[in-house]
Design a protein. Structure first.
Length: 258
């Protein structure tokens, strides 16, 4: 999957929320959005998966203009909504029935186990703890390994083992070639989980960083960068971000930018 945002703006009630956001993402990698509350992270994530539309600019996926929710998309935004009187398995089974390519019941059970829930738990959703509810929300988002997975604050309510769970899940999603976009309250968690991080400020992309195969972060947050492409030693290839002036960059070393 190849996803591109070009000059994307979003205005809500005459207030500009996103301003000329341009970036490129590829499948098989984890992208993080970093920024303070109100910086535009959640709005950008909703735009990427087609839940809302840009006021101007465009989003392309695999060369096609993105105009609606993708058939193969998994999303988690804040608190998930499930049927209170049904079990976790039954809730996922009903969601699965709406999918273009449903998975088997055993795969649904495997997804529940993947997020640390019992696949035969008889308790209804209303009896779930906040952590269990969040795990079910993650399960719904990653079920069947959709091509695009968008997770807004996935570690909320998960406790101390939440980051370990998400690292394991992210590794599995990458192996399946999924494009994963996520945000976290904790920047440290974001840097542990992601391969690329876009920093947002006041509705704009303020900079970007890339983690090399050796685990080193390359700071690429220059404000005068227009397009910066670089190829890592890992399989997911190139990424781009934009600001004002053209810069070319190759390799994994930020010193190769010119």
């Amino acid at each position: 999957m190849f996803l591109t945002c070009q000059s994307v703006c979003k205005t809500i009630r005459h207030s500009p929320i996103l301003k000329n956001v341009s970036l490129t993402m590829h499948g098989g990698a984890i992208y993080g959005l970093e920024g303070k509350k109100g910086s535009g992270k959640t709005i950008l994530m909703k735009l990427l998966c087609g839940l809302i539309y840009p006021s101007s600019g465009w989003i392309e996926i695999d060369g096609l203009r993105h105009v609606s929710l993708l058939p193969s998309t998994g999303v988690l935004f804040e608190k998930s909504a499930f049927i209170p009187g049904e079990t976790g398995f039954k809730n996922l089974e009903m969601i699965n029935a709406l999918a273009n390519t449903p998975i088997s019941k055993e795969e649904i059970r495997a997804t529940l186990r993947q997020v640390g829930l019992g696949d035969n738990d008889p308790r209804p959703y209303r009896k779930f703890s906040p952590g269990m509810q969040q795990r079910l929300g993650i399960a719904a988002a990653i079920m069947g390994f959709p091509r695009l997975v968008v997770l807004d604050k996935p570690t909320t309510s998960l406790g101390s083992d939440g980051i370990l769970l998400m690292r394991k899940i992210c590794t599995q999603l990458k192996k399946h070639g999924c494009l994963v976009v996520l945000s976290c309250h904790d920047s440290e968690e974001l840097y542990l989980l992601c391969d690329f991080i876009f920093s947002m400020k006041d509705g704009e992309i303020a900079g970007a960083q890339h983690k090399t195969a050796g685990g080193e972060w390359i700071d690429m947050e220059e404000k005068n960068v227009s397009r910066c492409s670089f190829k890592s030693n890992q399989h997911f290839g190139y990424t781009d971000f934009y600001s004002k002036h053209e810069v070319a960059c190759t390799g994994t070393d930020k010193n190769s930018c010119r």
